[in-house]
Design a protein around this ligand. Structure first.
Ligand code: ACO
Length: 326
C-alpha cells in the first residue's frame, strides 16, 4: 500500500498585521521588510484563536474535500511548536473536536520541517498496512512567542494551519522522502522557555526567555544548503532530476532563501510556489497552507510531480516528492 493525498484544507485568524503596522512597533520600514524577506503582511491570532481551533478548521476542509468522515480516521498528527498545552497533545484536542474516536493522535515537534516529518511518519504507517486513513496537520500560533520588541525576528512570523488527508491506495502519491536533523546547531533558533531549563517564573518573563531567539543570518545560510541537499537526495531516490519537477513547494520563510534554492536547483520562477507575502513564516503550517492554495487555485494539476522542501529549528530539514492525484 502507498499513500495518496485526497484532500487539503487551510485556516487563518481573521486579523491581518501589515508591514506598515510593524513600522509603528519597531524601528523598521515596509521597504526593508519587503526587500529582505518578501513579506508584506501576516495573520495574527486573537485571544479566542488556539492552535487546536485553527487545526480543526483546516482538518474539516480537508475531510470535506476527500469525502472521508472523522470516524474513518486511523491517525491524526499535528506538527507544531506552539501547542495549546505542553500536554495533552494538540492532536488529541483536534481528535476530540472532530469526534474521530478511532484515531491515534499525537504531535510532532520538528519546527518548520514538522509537516514533512509528520507526513513521512504517516507514509511509513500506510506502507506497513497499519493505517488506512490519516490526517496530517501543520498548525501554529507563533505570534504569541514572538518578541515584539525585536526587529530582527518579529516581522517574520504569522499564524495559520494547513491539513492534508492521506489514504492508502495501490498507486503512489507520496514517492520518496528524506528527513535529517543537526542538534549541534540548536541554539541558532529556539524558544528558551518555559520548560525544564527555564521553568515558568518571574525571571522567565523579566528576561524575555519565553520568546523566540534567532541568529537569522546563520539560519539563512544553513537553510539554503540543507534544503538544496534534501531536495536533491529526494529526487535522486526516485530517479528524478530537477527538470522533472512541475511545482516546487518550499517552506515559506524568506523570499531570498526560496530564490537562492530555486536558483541552485535551476528552477524557473513559475515552478516555485510562493505565498509568504500574505502569511509570513507560519513554521510547520507553511507547506500545507501553500499546498492547499496551490491545489484550490489550480497551480498544481493532476499528474504533477510536486517537491516539498523545508528547514527549521533543531536544526531539522526534510523533503518529499509527491505525484499529485487530486
Ligand atoms: N529593519 C531595519 N533594519 C534591520 C532590521 C529591521 N527589521 N532587522 C535588522 N536590521 C538591520 C541589522 O541591524 C543590520 O544592520 P547593520 O548592517 O547596521 O548591522 C542589517 O539590517 C542587516 O542585518 P542582517 O541580519 O544581516 O539582515 P539579513 O539580510 O540577514 O536579513 C533576516 C535578516 C530577514 C532575519 C534573514 O537573515 C532571514 O530571513 N533569516 C532566516 C531566518 C528565518 O527564516 N528564521 C525562521 C525559522 S527557520 C526557517 O524557517 C528557515
Amino acid at each position: 500500500m502507498r499513500s495518496r493525498l485526497t484532500g487539503t484544507g487551510s485556516a487563518f485568524p481573521f486579523n491581518v498585521l501589515t508591514n506598515q503596522d510593524i513600522e509603528k512597533m519597531v524601528d523598521t520600514t515596509d521597504e526593508w521588510i519587503t526587500t529582505r524577506t518578501g513579506i508584506k503582511e501576516r495573520r495574527i491570532a486573537s485571544s479566542d484563536d488556539f492552535t487546536s481551533t485553527l487545526a480543526t478548521t483546516a482538518a474539516l476542509k480537508a475531510l470535506e474535500m476527500s469525502g472521508v468522515s472523522p470516524a474513518e480516521l486511523d491517525m491524526i498528527i499535528v506538527a507544531t511548536v506552539t501547542p495549546d498545552f505542553p500536554f495533552p497533545s494538540t492532536a488529541c484536542l483536534v481528535q476530540n473536536n472532530l469526534k474521530a474516536e478511532n484515531a491515534a493522535a499525537f504531535d510532532v515537534s520538528a519546527a518548520c520541517s514538522g509537516f514533512i516529518y509528520a507526513l513521512s511518519i504517516v507514509d511509513s504507517f500506510i506502507r506497513s498496512g497499519k493505517v488506512k486513513k490519516a490526517l496530517v496537520i501543520g498548525a501554529e500560533i507563533l505570534t504569541r512567542i514572538v518578541d515584539w520588541t525585536d526587529r530582527n525576528s518579529c516581522l517574520l512570523f504569522g499564524d495559520g494551519a494547513g491539513a492534508v488527508l492521506i489514504e492508502a491506495d495501490s498507486s503512489p502519491g507520496i514517492l520518496d522522502s528524506f528527513i535529517k536533523s543537526d542538534g549541534s546547531c540548536w541554539e541558532l533558533l529556539y524558544q528558551p522557555g518555559p520548560g525544564n531549563r527555564n521553568p515558568a517564573s518571574h525571571k522567565l518573563i523579566d528576561e524575555r526567555l519565553n520568546f523566540i531567539r534567532m541568529q537569522g543570518n546563520e539560519v539563512f545560510k544553513l537553510a539554503v544548503r540543507a534544503m538544496e541537499d534534501a531536495a536533491l537526495k529526494t529526487l535522486s531516490a526516485g530517479g528524478f532530476t530537477t527538470d522533472d519537477i512541475d511545482l516546487f513547494v518550499p517552506h515559506q520563510a524568506n523570499r531570498r532563501i526560496i530564490e537562492a534554492i530555486g536558483k541552485r536547483l535551476g528552477l524557473p520562477d513559475e515552478k516555485v510556489f510562493v505565498n509568504l507575502d500574505r502569511y509570513g513564516n507560519t513554521s510547520s503550517a507553511s507547506i500545507p497552507i501553500a499546498l492547499d492554495e496551490a491545489n484550490r487555485t489550480g497551480a498544481i494539476k493532476t499528474g504533477d510531480l510536486v517537491l516539498l522542501d523545508a528547514f527549521g529549528g533543531g536544526l531539522t530539514c526534510g523533503a518529499m516528492s509527491i505525484r499529485w492525484q487530486l
